[in-house]
Write a new protein. Structure first.
Ligand code: ZN
Length: 97
């Protein structure tokens, strides 16, 4: 089964999994910037439950959206989140756990 990915709005994500919306990037690990970090949410047709799926999701994110890192919440691993620093384009953030 091919993996499908669809971008969600913050509002849509809130309805599915509120905890992920409250899970925010705090600062960029590369340049320590805290301002203007863009967080995005995506819905998958599968759960990120093993490494094989993780690799496929990563590839899909890269090909479709040019993103390389994502996070998710254990309670619903079908929704993933990404963030990008406007200063240096880095996608690795310190997250607010
Ligand atoms: Zn940065």
């Amino acid at each position: 089964m091919p993996i499908e990915i669809k971008e969600l709005t913050k509002k849509e994500t809130k309805k599915i999994i509120l905890s992920l919306v409250n899970f925010n990037p705090v600062y960029c690990v590369m340049c320590k910037n805290r301002k203007g970090i863009v967080q995005r949410f995506f819905l998958l047709n599968v759960s990120v439950k093993n490494n094989k799926i993780h690799k496929k999701v990563k590839k899909l994110l890269m090909n479709k959206f040019g993103l390389t890192y994502y996070g998710y919440a254990e309670e619903n691993p079908r929704v993933i989140t990404t963030a990008k620093c406007p200063e240096c384009d880095n996608e690795r953030m310190e997250w607010d756990y």
